[in-house]
Ligand binder design. Structure first.
Ligand code: BES
Ligand code: ZN
Length: 637
């Protein structure tokens, strides 16, 4: 086997498949083609052969060039050779310009051979570097391209302050390779140091130590001494200020957003304390929060030591802070114990959504947690209705060419309800004890679903054979839909809200009679979702006048109302809709609105006009998803 391995590698590199040749092709590769091409690689979404040579540490030195929208410099890669026969270090790149590769031999640099291997649409280009005989560190000089999928370069007018440009990275799932040549798979963990040069006066922050350094020369120095997967390497640069709000928490934001963020995130320290008391010590030192500009495509991103957060959760009343609980929870499930492959995403997101709910319960009480559980359950059922049977399984047996497909309501909320169900079966005390042990056992490791289930059998099921059976666990993992033995969540307060919606829509009461004075955000959302799908103009007008829905600044409530407005062509809300879609870029909030518009012939033009205006301000990740929904070239699916 050993002898033929290099030959197999050689064969793979020589493949004549047109989808893998050294030209950038935009043709999407099919899931099955990808599986075949990458059968010899341990992770289908990565070119790396970390089973042979595994990267362990990066020293990054990059200059932020706002004018050209590029990062330029080098990375030094340290690695361990696992297979003594191995001849190459194989890295992932995407749209990188590789200039020179050297071996660092006794402080001197010696040029070494490298070449590009396969190029696969969506995955990027394989970088194959000859291993130096003495296995010394490898230095790669490179620069990024302005269209790098993991970088967003913002002109000053897209920031709150409007004076300085801004840059941020988004590496998950497989975008780290678009700004660092790296083994971009969650199975490989690395430590890193970084020196980032920027125009003096601006600040750089990273998922590392040393985010509040003062420099006069624009050189920012970072170190991350705990090994993390590449998808957690993160950087942001701009006119960023900060305020320490508690022992472990500092909030970073542009000056204009800082005080609102400080107010909104005041519960964070209490969340850390609560999580530590349930699942063991927080192991990352600081837990800082960075408020991104509104084009940030996600709600949050759990970059270690420094979560990246959308400004759309700043509601003024802390009602959307469960998102902070979620990103914080990833410090245990995801960052400490990491899914080995993206196929195991539910180990990150399902566990995290469960812990999020436990944190919310501890900090805001059981009622709020149950309201959020009920909303999540409803969304899960709605989304599952649109998914095929394989996609409804926690362990999704279908292959795909895009790892993002493994992140659906199934991995988040079916995963979460699976854990909640186990908790109910064995009791909270026993389940918490199990999770503490699990996090300890797999700390700083990547785990597969099989390993996790084996551990579960040994350490939980065996102890409670009368409470959880292997067959029930298999139903959760391998059957579509929700298990018949699962009890859906419900809350009395939501029952009352639904009753109000029904009484109003059947004409028993007027909108002004609905008692909303005590309603929290989650009740508003439940109310809007409980309304009939079709309403008349005068019904909508009555609601809007009584409840001031079009003017709501809470991004979630506004989203649900705008969806209703689109579905019923309620024109008085259109200018708010335009404003909403051109001012925020969080995919979860904007994509459903475009989808709804495209489902109505009368609204195609409105969608196209808004999208044309808004598109330049959106992140690549958002554009990729929206371009196939709103077709600017006028074609329809
Ligand atoms: N890690 C995810 C975001 C992500 C997933 C980025 C997949 C790229 C690929 C993050 O923790 C997350 O789940 N964010 C949610 C927040 C939520 C469920 C509270 C989001 O962005 O909406
Ligand atoms: Zn998450």
């Amino acid at each position: 086997m050993r002898l033929i391995l290099p030959f197999v590698l050689f064969l793979a590199a020589c493949q004549q498949n047109p989808k893998t040749q050294n030209s950038i092709t935009t043709t999407q590769i099919s899931a099955n083609e990808l599986k075949t091409i990458n059968a010899h690689r341990p992770d289908v979404f990565s070119f790396s052969r970390h089973d042979e040579v595994k990267a362990t540490h990066l020293d990054l030195e990059l200059k932020v060039n706002f004018k050209q929208k590029i990062l330029e410099g080098f990375v030094v890669v340290k690695y361990t050779v696992l297979n003594p026969e191995a001849k190459h270090l194989v890295l992932d790149t995407r749209d990188l310009k590789i200039k020179k590769v050297e071996a660092l031999v006794e402080q001197k640099n010696k040029k070494i051979q490298w070449r590009k291997g396969d190029t696969i649409a969506g995955l990027g280009t394989e970088l194959i570097i000859d291993l130096p005989a003495d296995h010394s560190a490898i230095k790669i000089h490179y620069q990024t391209k302005p269209e790098a999928s993991g970088l967003q370069w913002l002109e000053p007018e897209k920031t709150s302050g409007k004076k300085y440009p801004y840059l941020f990275t988004q590496s998950q799932a497989i975008h780290a390779r678009s700004w660092i040549p790296v083994q971009d798979t969650p199975s490989v963990r690395l430590t890193y140091n970084a020196k980032i040069q920027i125009k003096p006066g601006l600040r750089v922050v990273m998922s590392a130590d040393n985010n509040n350094q003062k420099t006069t020369d624009g050189l920012h120095v970072f170190s991350m001494n705990q090994a993390i997967p590449a998808y957690l390497i993160a950087l942001a640069a701009g006119n960023i200020e900060y305020q320490k709000i508690s022992e472990h928490v500092t909030v970073f934001a542009e000056q204009q957003d800082l005080s609102a963020a400080v107010y909104e995130f005041a519960t964070t320290e209490a969340m850390i304390t609560a999580t530590e008391s349930m699942y063991g010590k927080y192991r990352w030192g600081q837990y800082d929060l960075l408020v991104l500009p509104p084009s940030f495509p996600f709600g949050g991103m759990e970059n270690p030591k420094l979560s990246h957060i959308t400004p759309t959760i700043i509601a003024g009343d802390r009602s959307l802070d469960s998102l902070i609980a979620h990103e914080l929870a990833h410090s245990w499930s995801g960052n400490l114990v990491t899914n080995a492959l993206w196929q195991d995403a539910w180990l990150n997101e399902g566990f995290t959504s469960y812990i999020e709910s436990r944190i919310v319960e501890a900090v805001h009480g059981r009622e709020r947690m149950m309201m959020e559980a009920t909303l999540a359950y409803q969304s899960l059922l709605d989304e599952m209705n649109t998914l095929n049977e394989d996609m409804q399984k926690l362990v999704n047996p279908a292959s795909t060419s895009d790892p993002d497909d493994y992140f659906s309501a199934v991995s988040y909320d079916k995963g979460r309800f699976f854990l909640e169900w186990m908790e109910q079966q064995v009791g909270r005390k026993a389940f918490d004890q199990f999770l503490i042990q699990y996090f300890d056992h797999f700390a700083f490791k990547s785990v597969s679903t099989d390993e996790m289930i084996k551990y579960l059998q040994q350490n939980l099921i065996k102890k409670h054979p009368d409470k959880i059976t292997v067959q029930q666990v298999n139903t959760w993992l391998h059957q579509p839909g929700m298990p018949a033995f699962f009890n859906p969540p419900s809350t009395l307060r939501f029952d009352r809200v639904k009753q109000s919606a029904n009484r109003w829509s059947t004409g028993i009461i007027k909108a002004t009679d609905i008692n909303t004075t005590e309603w929290i955000t989650q009740e508003w959302l439940h109310f809007l979702r409980a309304l009939p799908k079709q309403m008349t103009f005068s019904q909508l007008q009555e609601l809007d006048t009584a409840l001031h829905l079009t003017q709501r600044q809470n991004s979630e409530i506004a989203h649900d109302w705008l969806l209703i407005a689109i579905n019923n062509q309620y024109q008085p809300a259109y200018s708010r809709l335009i404003d909403y879609l051109t001012s925020i870029g969080r995919v979860k909030l904007i994509k459903p609105l475009y989808q709804a518009m495209m489902q109505k012939n009368e609204l195609h033009n409105l969608a196209l006009n808004i999208y044309q205006k808004a598109r330049p301000g959106y992140h690549n990740i958002a554009i990729q998803q929206l371009d196939v929904i709103v077709r600017l070239d006028g074609t329809h699916e």
